[in-house]
Design a protein around this ligand. Structure first.
Ligand code: FAD
Length: 322
């Protein structure tokens, strides 16, 4: 019997998050020939989102629209996904290692009495074994894990496994499912979003992160300008958040967001181990710091020793000429 791989899509503000497409690519890495079944939970019209999953490589998609799935709760989403898992009996389940993925997948794994490999950054197939590569010790080392028996259940870190090319010529069945979702004890009354500017930090390909060296809320302005010319997002160290230069939603690190952009520019950040835990796997790291001994230079691919308030305007000027 060929493999059936369930990919749980994640909807944010009416669109699927990129990691949903990356999860399809991850499923393909496990078994190129397997059937990939997308699952989307939400409330309202989900057909167009189902089509997107197909364009990115899913063979068919199951959509579950329900009033109780309007906002995420582990109870509501857990019931819906478990019902689909029981019906479809997949050989693998994959989801993004996002805030929702981190909350939902252990719950499903425990209900299914199965294991879970979380936060994989790559997948290698070695003979009969699928190896999941995941960072440990705050990104200082990588371990390879295999599942020898039962369901292959895992989450993938966003921005690490590239999505397949979008192909509008692909077609597949999209099946709306009516499910009964009961006994929800959590009621989401309202979702208040922080007014974030520009690109979503956790999915950005370019991040300009500011630290305590930025010195004030106003000091972040040149970073926002640089982010705008580069089409990136602004992040921060906990030092900058603790000093109230910016909101905690921008914090990157061990107790903040884990990001893996193509380009990470650390500005006035010393490079504490807890900060590195959230960004050291970025593809290219540039550090701007006036202290040549700053630890951030030990992980940087390119370093600029200088005052950020002089360096950033020069960078913006040069980039605008391109
Ligand atoms: P600092 O260490 O003060 O560094 C500021 C840097 O700016 C210095 O290197 C300085 O040379 C440079 N600078 C100053 N002025 C300029 C200028 N004009 N131009 C250029 N450079 C300049 N930290 C995180 O970031 N994320 C986390 O998730 C996190 N979690 C933590 C969890 C725990 C349990 C603990 C104990 C700590 C955690 N921390 C975290 C805090 C971490 O240990 C550091 O304190 C913090 O990262 C320091 O922030 P910083 O680099 O911005 O500040």
């Amino acid at each position: 019997m060929s493999d059936k791989l369930l990919v749980i899509g994640e909807v944010k503000e009416g669109s699927l998050r990129n990691v949903s497409y990356e999860a399809i690519a991850a499923a393909k890495k496990i078994n190129e020939e397997g059937e990939i079944v997308g699952v989307i939970c939400g409330n309202g019209e989900l057909q167009a989102l189902g089509e997107e999953m197909i364009y990115y490589g899913a063979d068919r998609v199951i959509t579950i629209s329900h009033e109780q799935l309007k906002a995420y709760t582990s109870e509501g989403y857990g019931q819906a996904i478990l019902a689909i898992v029981n019906e479809e009996s997949p050989t693998s389940i994959v989801m993004g290692h996002t805030a929702i993925g981190k909350d939902l997948t252990p719950k499903i794994a425990s209900k299914l009495n199965t294991g879970l490999i979380s936060d994989a950054v790559d997948i290698e197939v070695d003979g009969d074994h699928v190896q999941f590569i995941r960072p440990i010790y705050s990104g200082k080392a990588f371990e390879k894990k295999i599942i020898t028996d039962g369901l292959t259940f895992f989450t993938i870190r966003p921005n690490n496994i590239p999505a397949l090319e979008r192909d509008e010529a692909r077609s597949g069945e999209i099946t709306p499912k009516d499910l009964e979702i009961t006994d929800i004890r959590t009621v989401i009354k309202d979702v208040v979003r922080k007014a974030s500017e520009g690109v979503d930090l956790s999915e950005a390909n370019i991040i300009i992160a500011g630290g305590r060296g930025v010195k004030s809320e106003d000091g972040f302005k040149p970073l926002y300008e640089l982010a705008e010319v580069l089409g990136g997002a602004v992040g921060a160290s906990r030092g900058a958040c603790d000093a109230e230069y910016c909101d905690y939603s921008l914090q990157i690190g061990q107790t903040g967001k884990v990001v893996t952009p193509d380009l990470y520019i650390a500005v006035g950040i010393s490079g504490a181990i807890q900060h590195l835990a959230g960004m050291s796997n970025s593809k290219v790291i540039v550090a701007i710091n006036k202290d040549p001994e700053a630890n951030i230079f030990n992980v940087a691919d390119y370093g600029i020793v200088g005052d950020l308030f002089e360096v950033i305007p020069l960078l913006i000027e040069e980039i605008k000429k391109l």
